[in-house]
Design a protein around this ligand. Structure first.
Ligand code: IPD
Ligand code: CA
Length: 267
C-alpha cells in the first residue's frame, strides 16, 4: 500500500476543507444542536463535503467514517480494508464562538489500524502529520515529545465530553487531582490539536474520556510517532474504540495513570 500517496491525498483534502472553514469563520448564520450542547455548523458540513469529494476522487473504493455523515462504503474489494476517519472541524464550539482554536483531522486506517494521520490548524498554518513507523512532522520538521519527568513540572491538557452521564464524579475527581499535582492545566477544546501539542512537546500529557474515533484517530498516531505513550486510564494500549485516552511524553505516564485511576466506588 502506498502510504505516502494516501498521505498526499489526506493533506490535499485537509487544505480543501480549510478553505471552507476560513470562508465561514466569524460569519455563521445557522448553528444547529446535535445534542444538548453538541453543535453543528454550515462550516462542519461544507468542510466535510469537500474532504470526502477529494478522497472519493482518488479512492472511490475506500470506506469513510466522518463525524457529520457517518459511515459510507466505497465497496473495498481489496484484500486490506481501508477506512478514512474524518473530523471536518474539531473544535466546533470554539469555532462557533469565533475562538480560533480548531482543526481538521484525517486518518487512514488499514484493517482498523491508523497508518496515516494529518491534523491541520488553518489559523496557525500548522500541519501535523505522521506515517506509521516514519515519525511525526510539524510542517516539514520532525517533532518529539517533551522530556519532563514529573507531573509537578508538567503542563497538562484535558477535555470534557458533551454528555457527562454517570461519569460526573470521576471526571471532577480526576481534574481535581491533576490540578493539585501539575504546574498547569489547559482545556483548549480541540482534541486533535491537544494530541498534536503533546507530540510537539508543548504539553506533557493530555487526557479525556468519551472521545469519538474521528477526534483521536489521526492525533493518536501523530503523538505515538513523536514518542508519546497513548493508553486508556488502565494503561492498556489506546485504540479509537476505547472510551478513555491518556497521551503523555512517556516519562510521566505511570504518575498520570495513578492520578487518573479512580476507585470504582467513587465513580
Ligand atoms: C470535541 C472537541 C473537544 C472535546 C470533545 C470533542 P468537536 O470535538 O475535540 O475538545 O473535548 O470531546 O467532541 O465536537 O469539536 O468536533
Ligand atoms: Ca467535529
Amino acid at each position: 500500500m502506498d502510504l505516502a500517496a494516501l498521505q498526499r491525498t489526506a493533506v490535499k483534502a485537509a487544505f480543501q476543507g480549510a478553505v471552507e472553514l476560513r470562508n465561514h469563520f466569524g460569519k455563521l448564520d445557522t448553528v444547529t444542536k446535535k445534542g444538548r450542547i453538541d453543535l453543528v455548523t454550515q462550516a462542519d458540513l461544507a468542510s466535510e463535503a469537500k474532504i470526502i469529494a477529494v478522497i472519493r476522487s482518488h479512492y472511490p473504493d475506500h470506506d469513510v467514517l466522518a463525524e457529520e455523515s457517518g459511515a459510507s462504503g466505497g465497496g473495498n474489494s481489496a484484500a486490506n480494508l481501508v477506512r478514512w476517519v474524518i473530523d471536518p472541524l474539531d473544535g466546533t464550539t470554539n469555532y462557533a464562538h469565533g475562538l480560533p482554536i480548531f482543526a481538521i483531522s484525517i486518518a487512514v486506517e488499514v484493517d482498523t489500524e491508523a497508518l496515516v494521520g494529518v491534523v491541520l490548524n488553518p489559523n496557525g498554518g500548522e500541519l501535523f502529520s505522521a506515517i506509521k513507523a516514519h515519525g511525526a512532522l510539524l510542517n516539514d520538521r520532525p517533532i518529539r515529545v517533551s522530556r519532563t519527568d514529573a507531573v509537578s513540572e508538567s503542563l497538562l491538557i484535558t477535555g470534557f465530553p458533551y454528555e457527562w452521564g454517570d461519569q460526573r464524579t470521576a471526571i471532577i475527581e480526576r481534574f481535581s487531582r491533576c490540578v493539585d499535582s501539575a504546574r498547569g492545566i489547559r482545556r483548549l477544546g480541540a482534541a486533535a490539536l491537544d494530541l498534536c501539542y503533546v507530540a510537539a512537546g508543548r504539553a506533557d500529557a493530555y487526557w479525556e474520556a468519551g472521545l469519538k474515533p474521528w477526534d483521536s484517530a489521526a492525533g493518536a498516531l501523530i503523538a505515538r510517532e513523536a514518542g508519546a505513550m497513548v493508553t486508556d486510564f488502565s494503561g492498556r494500549e489506546y485504540t479509537d474504540r476505547c472510551s478513555e485516552l491518556l497521551a503523555s511524553n512517556s516519562h510521566i505516564h505511570t504518575e498520570m495513570l495513578s492520578l487518573l485511576q479512580i476507585a470504582k466506588e467513587t465513580r
